[in-house]
Design a protein around this ligand. Structure first.
Ligand SMILES: N[C@@H](CCC(=O)N[C@@H](CS)C(=O)NCC(=O)O)C(=O)O
Length: 209
């Protein structure tokens, strides 16, 4: 059975929702911060970067990197239809948006939420946050323009990348303002979050529906 190491309302929510959509049996282990802000020591033996999500695979090895986990799981269960096949014309777009969200939006979120980690000088934090918001605005505008009327990132076809994107959208510093600026991101968000299996993971993770 897969084991997902998670933390509520963190980057593990997308993998959790994907496992639920796929109907795969898995065990969830919550890694909660200790009072000093660090994760328990034993977790660093599992992921020396101290980050979730971590997926323990069926051969007991460890996989990190949320986008890679999404791609791997969706490919492993092709009957669920949550990833376009390797030779599908949709495959490049699917991979593009998965990596786009992982490398642009997710990283900007980390700069926004943990600015002190991005400079040796704490007085830089507000400038780091301001730039992260600027990058997010640019990256959401590009996403909105590619999404068009959707309803999903691949048009009519719902896929794992919609789950990933929606998790990241839920962390927007001002979700209502983002939705007002890009109504199609709002429609996309609700189309994904309303799916019953996703909605129950979102609720459990305290993410907006
Ligand atoms: N590139 C990693 C980033 C994972 C990451 O930064 N996870 C955050 C939660 S959203 C985390 O666990 N950070 C550890 C910490 O804040 O100490 C991925 O995509 O999985």
């Amino acid at each position: 059975m897969f084991t997902l190491y998670s933390r509520p309302n963190s980057g593990s929510a997308a993998a959790e929702a994907l496992l639920a959509e796929l109907g795969v049996d898995y065990r969830l282990i919550e890694i909660l911060r200790q009072p000093d802000g660090a994760f328990p020591k034993e977790f660093y033996a599992i992921n020396p970067r101290g980050e979730v999500p971590v997926l323990r695979l069926l051969d007991d090895s460890i996989m990190t990197e949320s986008a890679a986990i999404m791609i791997y799981l969706a490919d492993l269960y092709p009957a669920a239809g949550l990833a376009p096949a390797l030779n599908s014309p949709q495959r490049p777009h699917y991979l593009r948006w998965m990596l786009y969200f992982a490398s642009s939006v997710y990283m900007a979120d980390l700069r926004l939420f943990y600015p002190e980690r991005y400079s040796t000088d704490v007085t830089h934090s507000s400038a780091i946050k301001a730039k992260a918001i600027e990058h997010m605005d640019r990256d959401y505008a590009l996403f909105a323009s590619a999404l068009g009327q959707g309803p999903f990132i691949l048009g009519e076809t719902f896929s794992a990348v919609d789950i990933y994107a929606t998790m990241l959208v839920s962390w927007a510093p001002d979700l209502e303002e983002l939705f007002a600026r890009h109504p199609n991101i709002r429609s996309h968000y609700h189309a994904v979050a309303a799916r019953p299996k996703i909605a129950s993971v979102w609720l459990k993770n305290d993410m907006p529906l």
